[in-house]
Design a protein around this ligand. Sequence first.
Ligand code: FPP
Length: 221
Amino acid sequence: MDGNGRWARAKNLPRSEGHNQGTKTARAIVEESRRLNIRHLTLYAFSRENWTRPKEEVSFLFDLLTRFLKGELKSLIKQDIRLNILGDISDLPLTARKVIEHACSKTKSNRSMTLNLALNYSGRWEIVRACRLILEQGLSANEITEEKFSDYLCTAGQPDPDLIIRTSGELRISNYLLYQSAYSEFYFTRTLWPDFTPQELHLALEDYASRQRRLGGTDPK
Ligand code: FPP
């Protein structure tokens, strides 16, 4: 969800306004994804590197997230969406953590869509954490396969992402789902996240649908 700050700067507004607008986009994209029957949607909301931002911005982001989840819980339940967190929320402010845990627990039986929020998440951290868990559980070297390894990632039990969308014109993966994105398709757009619309989500999906996914194999005959 990149470009909130630049969106605000272009309008001479404080960065917080960009993040406010970003949550409106998030709500619209979640609703449209659910309507389109997308089974898994992940929003990269806060990386482990984002802690280096000014303290006021970090605390604003967690307040905003808390308000967002409080405000959306009813709607998530109504849409049969399960909220799931990728990342380590134990470092988050207590109020945010409580609201997150409450929302996850209230939606845990929902089945139509899983909404993953990547929070205090980074791909390298996740891979190292998986290695630690595997060692702690005493698995032997020959038990560790690619599939088994996936069971120790935050996305255990979920399919790898088919499509990764990055907004704001940056052409980087920025430590996002590094293991899972091995064969993902990418859609890069210059649109800043607050301006990203359901219509552009449709464009991204049409673009995706036109691609040939060979997954390392040859062209299908
Ligand atoms: C990237 O824009 C955005 C973020 C780091 C924060 C996104 C998080 C929220 C909007 C909080 C609410 C969470 C949800 C799930 C709705 P940027 O600040 O890096 O923009 P810039 O690169 O233009 O400065």
